[in-house]
Design a protein around this ligand. Structure first.
Ligand SMILES: [Zn+2]
Length: 462
């Protein structure tokens, strides 16, 4: 495919010098490890997600990607990195890039974009996360507990995102989330670096801000997945616009004939499925737990009255009913009796038991962080509601909160009750326990949940 050369050329060195120079954050991984981790995750994405193998689409995103990668700041070029650009045939407005270079753009993103600059804006932002190595920089902060099976965790974060069951695993926290969901500071960095890449590639950085507005407006039924992975650091449009003014891109690329062709082509195709529809029948044999656990049968033995102690490395220790097995994922550990745990519509779910996990919490107090956790659960679970207010409790000698939620289980169709207990680690991150039981068995299970949570000990150093 031929494209006209960009009309705008390199900005003068003096202009660039006036820009903020973003320094890549501390990182204990090597660039080669970025590549390895990213390839692993990309392989799984390619197996599980429907890619568009379509000449026009492929050459379009590859060409756009090539133009953007050619505009990467010299000191951020990692010779090991292998960039690839692929379109996923799903309708949600989303895009993601993995460490070391693989990038996936949803068809829904291209359909929602009003101009090529808007597509370029999202891609430049994603590319900036890659070149600044934000995924592994975030993983550098994670403990052994969070660093598990990378690929499954990433996939969980992609597929599970807005559609997960209350109790789907690996969707909200942990390493998958570390690769996919960025802190506000990293977001600001990617916005700034992304606007520089855009300008050097001949695009107007304001198109990036425009696309973010489009995403905010159009984030449809599945919840604004892109925005929850890339939270607005505040005043996003304003500082991107300021940056654009400093960069002074004159004659930004306006030749969008290929973009128009792509849009016309997409309109002729049958509508893209949702991610949920597209991934439903693709067995997630390499899911987050790595175990083939079958479907919850609902035939569940009552909790054993004898308890056993479980020790999770340097993070926590807890006692659970002896007949509850532990199911590890990269980001959480679940204790559930046989028959209560398994896969449903590609999601890992449980109907009885307790899950423990850790969520990143940057600046918030306990209640705000807990509100956010509940909100993220509610995003994928329209039937979730709060059944009680917050009750102050003591969790492992720390200040904690307890609340009860109600949901309709997508496995059984029955009402289920969820007891959520949260507290904060020394570093401020949120530690949570989610107890789940069918509504009509909740009073029995609540006693068990309380005993389990009462036995909890948290590591001092975190
Ligand atoms: Zn981002």
């Amino acid at each position: 495919m031929k494209r006209s050369a960009p009309l705008v050329l390199l900005l003068s060195a003096t202009l660039l010098a006036s820009q903020e120079q973003i320094a890549p954050p501390e990182n204990k991984y090597t660039p080669a490890q970025d590549v390895e981790l990213g390839l692993q995750a990309a392989t799984e994405v390619r197996q599980q997600m429907p890619l568009m193998r379509d000449d026009l689409m492929s050459s379009y995103v590859e060409e756009l990607g090539r133009r953007l990668t050619a505009a990467i700041r010299p000191d951020l070029r990692h010779s090991e990195f292998r960039y690839s650009f692929e379109v996923v045939n799903v309708r949600e407005i989303n895009a993601f890039a993995l460490p070391g270079g693989p990038m996936f753009v949803n068809r829904g993103m291209i359909e929602a974009a009003k101009t090529e600059g808007e597509v370029a804006g999202v891609m430049a932002h994603e590319l900036s996360h890659v070149v600044l190595r934000h995924g592994t920089a975030q993983a550098s902060k994670a403990t052994k507990y969070e660093v598990g099976q990378v690929a499954g965790a990433v996939l969980g974060a992609i597929i599970g995102g807005g559609w997960g069951q209350v109790i789907s695993q690996g969707t909200q926290f942990g390493l998958g989330a570390a690769f996919m969901r960025f802190s506000r500071e990293f977001e600001r960095q990617a916005d700034i670096e992304g606007s520089h890449i855009m300008a050097r590639a001949g695009y107007d950085p304001r198109d990036m801000a425009n696309m973010f507005k489009t995403i905010e407006k159009q984030s449809g039924s599945g919840g604004p997945q892109w925005l929850s992975d890339h939270p607005n650091p505040g005043n996003r449009s304003e500082y991107i616009t300021r940056e654009a003014q400093l960069l002074r891109v004159e004659n930004p690329i306006r030749d969008t004939r290929t973009f128009d062709q792509v849009k016309a082509h997409l309109r002729q195709l049958p509508p893209a499925p949702t991610t949920e529809q597209a991934t439903k029948n693709r067995g997630r044999t390499t899911g987050t737990s790595g175990r083939n656990t079958g479907v919850p049968t609902g035939r569940v033995d009552p909790p054993s009255s004898s308890f056993r102690t479980y020790n999770e490395g340097n993070l926590f220790q807890v006692s659970v009913p002896a007949n509850w097995q532990e199911i590890q994922s990269s980001s959480s550990v679940t204790f559930a009796p046989s028959g209560a745990y398994g896969q449903n519509n590609g999601q890992t779910v449980f109907t009885h038991g307790v899950e423990f996990g850790l969520g990143r919490n940057e600046t918030h107090d306990l209640q705000t962080a807990t509100d956010e956790l509940i909100q993220s659960l509610a995003n994928g679970n329209p039937n979730l509601s709060r059944a009680s207010g917050y009750q102050r409790v003591n969790v492992a000698d720390r200040r904690g909160l307890r609340t009860v939620l109600r949901n309709r289980s997508e496995v059984t169709g029955q009402d289920e009750a969820i007891q959520l207990v949260t507290t904060q680690m020394q570093d401020g991150n949120l530690f949570y326990a989610i107890g789940v039981a069918p509504g009509n068995e909740f009073s029995n299970y609540q006693r068990v949940f309380d005993r389990v949570v009462g036995s909890l000990q948290l590591a001092r150093q975190r």
